[in-house]
Structure formats: structure tokens, C-alpha cells
Design a protein around this ligand. Sequence first.
Ligand SMILES: Cc1ncc(COP(=O)(O)O)c(C=O)c1O
Length: 454
Amino acid sequence: MHTIDIELVEMTLDVMKYAIDRISNVTPDLGSPKKEEELLRIVGETITPEGIGGENAFQLFRDVLVKATVPIDHPRHLAFVPAAPTRAAIMFDLVTSASSIHGAYWMEGAGGIFCENQAMKWLVSLTGLPEGAFGVFTSGGTAANLSALVTARQEWREQHPGNDHTRALLITSTGAHSSIKSMAKVMDADVHLVNSEDEFLSGDQLRSALRELSESDRNRVFAVVATGGTTNAGIIDDLRGIAGVCENEKIWFHVDCAYGGGALAAKSVRHLFNGIEKADSITIDPHKWLFSPYDCGAVIYKDLELARKAHSQKGAYLEIFKDEGAQGFNPADYQIQLTRRLRGMPLWFSLAMHGTNKYRKAIERGIKLAKIAADKVKEKENLELIRPASLSVVLFKRKGWTFEDYRDWTYKNHNSGFALVTPSLWKGESVIRFCFINPDTTKGDIDAILDTLD
Ligand SMILES: Cc1ncc(COP(=O)(O)O)c(C=O)c1O
């Protein structure tokens, strides 16, 4: 499979040409999905005993299949949490694959793990966590949240030896991301949701919620999860207040900044995160607002050793690390995966190339675009701003529209290849949600989207 032949060289050239064309194209076509039967009808079965040939398979991808996908970095893709990986990061993602490095242990991955750790050092510095805090890159926010919560529960059990078989309970708010509930299910833990209509959890609300628990439930609480930028509205919980309660009550304090974490680098909003420096663990997704290609999340711990106790895997074949050069940071010890891609390498290269100031500027641009959009919404008679822009999210209504109107508008814009903007809910009512990540989105893009609401 590894012999160099003509076909391989041609395929490599095709792939490199495609990659160069794609990263130079700042407005790629906004594709939309087709039914699976239709895709199969067009491309036919692609896995055959003899293979269909690299040129052919690549052509099918380039001419048909990729057109049934949405480029997440399109400047008018403002749905969900978009992304806008830098060109440097994308190119280095190719290098990461081509280098074939195992990212679990220093013994095999030292040079690559060094790169990741350089990038991690910067992330940790943004949090203000004390000396000794450190983290590791994961496949995304869900895996980072799970890794942190497993560590939290393990520590809770260490501190309360009678609880080895007690079902653990975590507290979070209704504004928290769905992955928190999902990962609690994976852990077979319970979730107590503090109802916060405004997607904002305060220290006082948390204190009351704890007071209202029965004694046996209070004894099961192993963690509080606050959100540093709700996915729906960009709202940051009262991290300082929550940190105070967690400190008094001796509860693990996790902050999920999967979406908002990039804004820790933005001076204009950094103060909103005050209190994060008291966290026991933090999730940040570089594949959201730190311009990394999918997939790249990060989990950071105040006390890395607690993560090692929870995650370090033991196995007869894993006991070899005796050589001095093999003594180093082992990413597998601090999160749920063993074999892992060096996901932090594209971020490292891009940070090393551009410097952190450019990152700060690009993140401020997302915040500015949200403010610009909110101002434009306010100027339009037929629109109603629901709340001030928060981080890079804007929520607003088209007066008189029902959910069906929002849905039809979304599909019309998507199917015509113009924009992808999806509706959401705010206090039970349908709204339009803009989430800005791509610094290349322009005022003209915002105007053009708002004009489709006339
Ligand atoms: C606040 C928050 N937490 C967690 C996640 C899950 O992250 P991922 O999709 O990278 O697993 C998201 C995703 O949007 C998020 O916004």
C-alpha cells in the first residue's frame, strides 16, 4: 500500500491542488444536503473489491459530494457555532496527518506534544489559573466536558470514601449546553437543572438551589457546571459568585467555555469572565472561536494530577516508559482517549505564525460584528432586537413571523446558496440567531441577510 506509483503521485497532486484552491477561496459555494439515495444514484457504489481508482474517487468527492456539504467558514454562515480555521492551521492539519505521529505518549510524540503544549500554555495563561494548571487537547467540547466531569467525580469519591457506589449529582443551569446532560448520562450521573429563564446562573441562584436540595441529594453533589458563553445567546454566568459558593461548599467548579473561550483573549469582554481563575476545570474549543480546523477542543485543570488519577490507563503493554527521553507529558493521562491525533498542532502552527495579537484582533472582530448587526436590527422597522448582542451572538425577531416563516426563510436562503442562518428560541418564542466567528464577514453580508427579511 505504501509503494510510490504514478497513480499515487497524481492523486497527491490533485489533492494538494484542491487544498490550495479551497483555502484560497474565501467565498466557497454554500452547498446543501441531498438525499442519500440521490447521492448514491449519482456516484454509485465506491467501495469495490478492486477499488475505483484515486482519480475517480477524488473527482466524485470534488464534483459531487463536497457540494452536498456546507463550508463552515462561509462568511454568511452564521448558524449554530460556525468556524473559520486559518489557512495556516488548515495547511498544518495536512502536515499533522502526513507526519503520522501518535499523540498519546511523550515516548512517541514528544516533538508534536511540545507544539501542542506551547499552544496550551497560551490558552492556560488566558484563564488566569494559578501556576501548575495545565490542559490537553481533546476531540471537542463534549469530550473535554466529559474528561473534566469524570475527574471531578473521581476526586469527590476520593474525598468522600463512602460514596464509591453513590450516584453522583451535578448542578448546572438551563442555559448549559446539551453536552453536559448527555455526558452525565454517559457517566450515569444525575443532573439538577437550575431554571434560569435568562440563560444566566448567579451565585445567589446556585446557593438557593443547594439549600433547597434534600440532605441526601446535597451529599451527592460532585460538581457545578457554569457556562462561559451560552451557545444560544452568548451569556456568561456569574463566574465570580459561583466560584465563591463552590469554594465555601467545597464543590468542584467547572466552566464550560467551549464556545466563549476564545473571548478570554478579547480585552473588551475579558472582565465578564472574572472568577474563571478559581475554576477547577475549564473547557475551551479551539475549533469554535480560535480558528482551528475540526476537530479540536481543550480541557484545562487547576490540578493536573487529579486528572491523571482519573484518566491514566494501565496495561501490560503500556509499562515501557523507562528511557529518559520518554519522560514527559503524556496527553493520554488527562482525558478520555488513549490513541489520539495531535489536534493542537494546527493551532500551534497558526499561533506561531501569526502571533497572539492577530488572534485577539480577529476575536474582537466577531464581537464588533455582533454589535454592528444589533445596531442595524434596531434601525429596521420590521425587526425587533430581543437583547443586546452578547459575545458574538445576536438574537432578534422578524415582527409578525411564525416558526414556519423562519423555517421557510432559512431554507430559501440555504437552498439558493446565499446564506445559512437558522432560527432559535428565546423564552419559548422563535427568534433569528446570528453567531459571528469569521472575521471576513462584512457589513455588506449583514445588510444583505437583513434585506432578505424585508
Ligand atoms: C457551551 C458549549 N459546550 C459544549 C459544546 C460541545 O462541543 P463539541 O461540539 O465540540 O463537542 C458546545 C458546542 O456548541 C458549546 O457551545
